[in-house]
Ligand binder design. Structure first.
Ligand SMILES: [Zn+2]
Ligand SMILES: [Zn+2]
Length: 280
C-alpha cells in the first residue's frame, strides 16, 4: 500500500480566500509513504511547509523529493521546510537536467539568497543532496522510480513510483496538445499506463484552454482522456487554477466523475488516500 497525502494542490500561485478554503490554496506538494521506506515528496510548493510541520523534530530525518521542474509554484516552499534547520536532516532532491548545462544546485543557490531571501541556502544546517535526472529509472530504498520528460514550459519531468505492486503517477504540469485530437507522448504514456492513482494537471476548462493553449497545462477533459486511455484505476484532478472556486471545482469534478469510466476526484489539501492495487 502507498499512502498519499496532498499538502498543496493549487497551480501557479498560492491563493487564500473564502471561495478556495475547501480545496486549499497552497501550491504543489504531495507526500508518498510506504511502511519502512524513506518518505517521497513530489514537488516543493508552499504545501511543503505543512508536511515539514508534521515531521519536524524527527531525529536523523531523511526524505527524497522528486521535483518536476523549477517554476516558483513548485519550489517556493523549500526555504520554509523546517527540517532543513536541523543538522541531522538529509534531504535529497531529484530534479530535471537543465539544457543550458547549469546545475540545479547552482540555480537554487542563486535563487535562495539575499536580496531575494534573507538566508543563503548553503547556510541551512541540513545536508541537501541534488541528483539530476532525465528519462531514467532508479530506486529510492525499495521503491522503483521512473522519470520521463513531459511537455510543459521548460524542462519538466513526470514521475511514477512503484512499490509492492502499487503504482502512483504524478504529472503535475503537463501541456495538452493543441487542437481537437488528444494524444500522449511515449514518455507520458510510460508513466501513466495501468497506474493505480494518476495525479494529473487539470488547470483549465475547455473554454479557458482556448485562450491559454500554450501556457503548459491541461483541461479536465484531457486529464480524463489520459486516465481512460491509460486504464488507470483512479484519477486525482490536480494543479487547480488559483481562480477556481470550491463551488466551481466541485461541480466540474462531479460532472467529470459522472461521465468517466475511471474513479475521479478533485485533490484537496490535507486529504490522504491509501492506494492499493485492484489486481493484488
Ligand atoms: Zn505549476
Ligand atoms: Zn510549471
Amino acid at each position: 500500500m502507498l499512502n498519499v497525502t496532498f499538502h498543496g494542490v493549487r497551480g501557479s500561485t498560492p491563493c487564500h480566500c473564502d471561495e478556495t478554503r475547501h480545496f486549499g490554496g497552497n501550491t504543489s506538494c504531495v507526500s508518498l509513504r510506504a511502511d519502512d521506506e524513506i518518505p517521497i515528496i513530489f514537488d516543493l510548493g508552499t504545501g511543503l511547509r505543512y508536511f515539514g510541520k508534521q515531521v519536524n523534530g524527527t531525529p536523523n530525518f531523511h526524505a527524497v523529493c522528486l521535483l518536476t521542474h523549477l517554476h516558483y509554484d513548485h519550489t517556493m516552499g523549500l526555504p520554509f521546510f523546517e527540517p532543513l534547520l536541523r543538522g541531522d536532516t538529509i534531504f535529497e532532491i531529484y530534479a530535471p537536467k537543465q539544457p543550458d548545462g547549469r546545475s540545479v544546485k547552482e540555480l537554487f543557490l542563486e535563487k535562495i539568497k539575499p536580496p531575494m531571501f534573507p538566508v543563503p541556502l548553503e547556510q541551512f544546517a541540513a545536508r541537501l543532496v541534488f541528483h539530476e535526472v532525465g528519462d531514467d529509472d532508479f530506486t529510492v530504498g525499495n521503491m522503483q522510480v521512473r522519470s520521463r520528460y513531459v511537455p510543459h514550459v521548460g524542462p519538466t519531468l513526470g514521475f511514477r513510483v512503484s512499490h509492492a505492486g502499487v503504482a502512483v503517477t504524478y504529472l503535475s504540469d503537463h501541456q495538452q496538445p493543441a487542437g481537437a485530437d488528444f494524444s500522449l507522448t511515449d514518455g507520458a504514456r510510460a508513466l501513466c499506463e495501468d497506474a493505480d492513482l494518476l495525479i494529473h494537471d487539470s488547470q483549465f476548462t475547455d473554454a479557458e484552454f482556448e485562450a491559454k493553449s500554450s501556457w503548459g497545462h491541461s483541461t479536465f477533459a484531457y486529464a480524463r482522456w489520459v486516465a481512460e486511455t491509460c486504464r488507470v484505476k483512479q484519477l486525482a484532478l490536480f494543479h487547480h487554477d488559483p481562480s477556481r472556486s470550491d463551488a466551481s471545482l466541485s461541480s466540474i469534478a462531479e460532472s467529470v466523475a459522472a461521465a468517466s469510466s475511471v474513479d475521479v476526484f478533485a485533490a484537496r489539501e490535507g486529504q490522504t488516500v491509501d492506494v492499493v492495487t485492484c489486481s493484488a
